[in-house]
Design a protein around this ligand. Structure first.
Ligand SMILES: Nc1ncnc2c1ncn2[C@@H]1O[C@H](COP(=O)(O)OP(=O)(O)OP(=O)(O)O)[C@@H](O)[C@H]1O
Length: 246
């Protein structure tokens, strides 16, 4: 086993994953994520973005390959240790909002903090601050079913940021939002991550969302692919090329 580079908070080598029904998920993905970096994982539907996030966060165990978090091997951990790691160090945002229906909004947002042992009073204060930042502070005492889908997603983002996780895994976090809302919510998320030194692994197939990241890794059919960005062609050259081909 080769030890990962010191400045990588997450490091994966030659990850292979196959879903239980035999569908290929990942076929040899290697990558490193630096401390406080915002990394976008892009690719078309079914390219393996969600599977990669699940393997990096210890939710799924790769069939082959290695995942390291802060120089500690995750791929050799048992399920209980991986669960504790996810609870104490990682945050997760799903593409669709999932909240506990019996709890009100601030209780939902405070839940990960309380699971980590923070007192109810302190957890409530922190949760309310994050709900305000995500513009849903006025919904704090309401139940999830009373909120619109986009408001519920903002609550999920507040819940993920409130404990200041070391790494936040965000799987299409702005998918349920209107286009006009997306930029604002994403900027709130990335600004909060940068100011708190939170590393973000952001799965998205939206180029505008990926543009908010420090770096992009592209997947296709479970493999990393290199994206070549060509310089824009000047208008006049474009026309010349058109006229030549006629
Ligand atoms: N639970 C599952 N059972 C079987 N196959 C699955 C499962 N989840 C994903 N797959 C398959 O694994 C491959 C990668 O899927 P994955 O969801 O990781 O891709 P993705 O890039 O996140 O796609 P999307 O943008 O649609 O979420 C696809 O072929 C998909 O059909």
């Amino acid at each position: 086993m080769v030890a990962p580079p010191d400045n990588d908070v997450l490091w994966a080598r030659a990850l292979h994953f196959q879903h239980p029904d035999g569908s290929p998920g990942l076929s040899g993905v290697s990558l490193g994520v630096q401390v406080a970096e915002i990394l976008a994982v892009t690719g078309p539907r079914g390219s393996g973005k969600s599977t990669l996030l699940a393997c990096l966060s210890g939710l799924l165990r790769p069939r082959d390959g290695e995942v390291w978090f802060n120089s500690v091997p995750v791929h050799t951990m048992g399920p209980v240790t991986r669960e504790r790691l996810r609870r104490d160090r990682f945050g997760w945002i799903d593409p669709a909002p999932v909240l506990v229906p019996e709890l009100n909004v601030w209780e939902n947002a405070a839940l990960p903090l309380m699971l980590r042992g923070t007192s109810r009073r302190r957890a409530k204060t922190v949760a309310l601050e994050w709900l305000d930042r995500l513009d849903v502070g006025n919904c704090a005492r309401r139940r999830p079913h009373e909120l619109r889908q986009a408001e519920r997603q903002r609550v999920c983002i507040a819940r993920a940021l409130a404990p200041a996780p070391t790494v936040l895994f965000a799987d299409e976090p702005t998918a349920p939002l209107h286009h006009a809302d997306r930029g604002h919510v994403l900027r709130t998320l990335t600004t909060a991550a940068r100011s708190h030194g939170i590393t973000v692994v952001l799965a998205t197939h939206d180029p505008q969302t990926a543009a908010q990241a420090d770096r992009t890794v592209s997947l296709l059919d479970g493999r990393c692919v290199t994206t070549v960005h060509l310089p824009p062609v000047p208008e006049s050259e474009g026309r010349a090329a058109c006229s030549l081909s006629v």
